[in-house]
Design a protein around this ligand. Structure first.
Ligand code: MF3
Ligand code: CO
Ligand code: CO
Length: 278
């Protein structure tokens, strides 16, 4: 039997549509500010101001899972070889850097969670490798999203991501995964970004979770800095991550973390998803 707590109510879904759109809109606003010379602390401050205008609050500031110190940022800013949970600070962005900004807002008690990659100085500023990693991480996320429908298994999602990532010479980070969310920031199910088709939980309409693959240009191994949060690649290779929050619908999937400024899915995938086709 499926745990009934995994199925969201109509009320939950309505609130989550709002929270998720707001999270994506924070990224729309930050996108304009991400350029050479800007510090990650300045990005954090802009995010804080944007949330204040929205009437949302950051889910990350003060967030303290067991065994962690309280997280000090309104957003996570993960630069180059930082895999995730980078802490905003005085470091200035340079042309050609790649950065993930991960935004989680709480609105009316509900969490919207999404992240994007940016190439500092514009798409063409990045190295061939950096651009390829960013683009393929994006496509791996969308390939995972495209698997989501009632009757599919979470292993189908993980497999699609892993197959595409490894097939293109990148590695998949294993220690962090997508997650259920709603009134809580992190709740079941765990959504692994690797796996085998037909394994894992069977999806049902009303389930809601994030898909947020982290791909490394080198080996998949990671380490954590003494600050207790910042996760880096052990071999200091580049790492990229994208994240959306999704809802399993009767017919397939609804991506909730959508806004005017968020990049559309790759065309082959958009064509298969009613939300994005046409
Ligand atoms: N937003 C991250 C996620 O996708 C979690 C960040 S927790 C923090 O799950 F404390 F590092 F901010
Ligand atoms: Co998440
Ligand atoms: Co996130």
């Amino acid at each position: 039997m499926t745990d009934p707590r995994l199925i969201k109510t109509a009320e939950d879904i309505a609130h989550m549509r709002v929270a998720c759109r707001l999270a994506s809109e924070v990224l729309d606003e930050l996108a304009e500010a991400i350029r050479p010379g800007v510090t990650t602390a300045e990005i954090d401050q802009l995010a804080a101001e944007c949330m204040q205008r929205q009437g949302s609050v950051s889910a990350t500031i003060g967030y303290q899972p067991p065994g962690y110190p309280p997280y000090p940022g309104h957003v996570c800013t993960s630069l180059n070889h930082v895999v995730c949970h980078g802490i905003p600070g005085p470091k200035a962005l340079k042309k050609g850097d790649i950065i993930n900004v991960d935004v989680t807002v709480i609105k009316d008690g509900y969490h919207g969670d999404t992240s994007r990659m940016f190439v500092v100085g514009g798409e063409k500023a990045g190295s061939i490798l950096a651009r390829r990693l960013v683009a393929m991480t994006f496509e791996s996320m969308w390939r995972g999203i495209a698997c989501v429908r009632p009757g599919a298994h979470l292993g189908d999602v993980g497999h699609a991501i892993q197959q595409f990532a490894e097939g293109n010479g990148f590695s998949v980070v294993r220690e962090y995964c997508g997650h259920g969310l709603g009134r809580k920031f992190h709740e079941p199910p765990q959504v692994l970004h690797y796996g085998l088709p037909g394994t894992g939980m069977e999806l049902q309409a009303g389930m809601m979770f994030t898909i947020e693959p982290m791909l490394n240009a080198g080996k998949r191994d990671i380490s954590t800095l003494p600050d207790g949060w910042t996760v880096i690649t052990r071999d200091r290779s580049l790492s990229a991550q994208w994240e959306h929050t999704v809802l399993v619908t009767e017919n397939g999937v609804e991506v909730l973390t959508i806004s005017d400024g968020c990049p559309p899915p790759p065309p082959e995938i958009a064509a298969r998803l009613p939300q994005f086709a046409g």
